[in-house]
Design a protein around this ligand. Structure first.
Ligand code: SF4
Length: 250
């Protein structure tokens, strides 16, 4: 019995009491900070495998970034990744972090569709579609509802049937062979419904964006309500993004 008490004492709480202010390990790569130091911009732009870095001024598009860390490794005085995991937003432009930019990345409550706060503010059931995903973001979405992260305390849960869902969470670059299934699933969800893109592949196609096996035309038809960057996304990024989208954080 004393051994069990010792284990409980060392583990402390098995859930994260405050998901908005939790500490994550230093190796985690969250929101990048880009200094105004002059560097060879062409070399910096060229090392990025997904074209996430642009020059003049230097910026990183988190919708394209795979968080590989190569830019920070090669240009440590120019780019640093912080452990700020609150990087989900409803504004695609906010995913572009420019040099000298220290602003947090947030959901803008003014541009959230009115019915999202009104109808989905207290309970949000989501259907997840892995549209060519590699199972990494899918694991993290599952982890968001485990006992440690416990997303269901906010009334947010995944359901098996789209007919019981209020929205769809898409992972993966949306492959051709999943395009029709994604459309059928979306059509089965009653209004009002939201679309969430989780992970770099879903937001931009990632390293697969030019593949002939990808068909992203679904995203041309509907507005996206939330972008959750990461490769894969962190459960705390997922939870904070969904909570901020569905209700105004006090
Ligand atoms: S961390 Fe992101 S921006 Fe930097 S090289 Fe990798 S993919 Fe490009």
């Amino acid at each position: 019995m004393f051994d069990n008490i010792k284990i409980l004492y060392h583990q402390e709480k098995q859930f994260i009491p405050d998901t908005a202010n939790a500490k994550v390990p230093g190796i985690f790569r969250g929101r990048p900070v880009i200094s105004t130091e002059k560097v060879d911009e062409n070399s910096l732009v060229e090392i990025c495998p997904t074209g996430a870095i642009s020059g003049s001024p230097v910026s990183i598009n988190l919708g394209k970034c795979t968080f590989c860390g190569e830019c920070a490794l090669r240009f440590p005085n120019k780019i640093k990744f912080t452990t700020d995991y609150k990087i989900a937003t409803n504004d695609r432009e906010k995913l572009i972090v420019k040099e000298g930019d220290e602003q947090p990345i947030e959901v803008n409550p003014e541009t959230v569709r009115k019915e999202i706060h009104r109808v989905l503010g207290h309970s949000l059931k989501l259907r997840q579609v892995s549209a060519g995903g590699d199972n990494s973001c899918e694991w993290e979405l599952g982890a968001a509802n485990n006992v440690q992260f416990d997303m269901s305390r906010f009334g947010i849960e995944f359901v098996a049937s789209p007919r019981h869902a209020d929205g769809i969470v898409i992972t993966g670059p949306i492959t051709k062979n999943m395009a029709e299934a994604l459309q059928i699933c979306y059509d089965a969800i009653p209004e009002p419904k939201i679309i969430v893109l989780a992970g770099t592949d879903a937001i931009s196609g990632g390293i697969h964006k030019d593949s002939p096996a990808v068909d992203r035309s679904f995203l041309d038809k509907y507005p996206v309500d939330l972008y959750i960057p990461g490769n894969p996304t962190h459960p705390l990024t997922i939870i904070n993004g969904l909570v901020d989208l569905t209700r105004k954080r006090k």
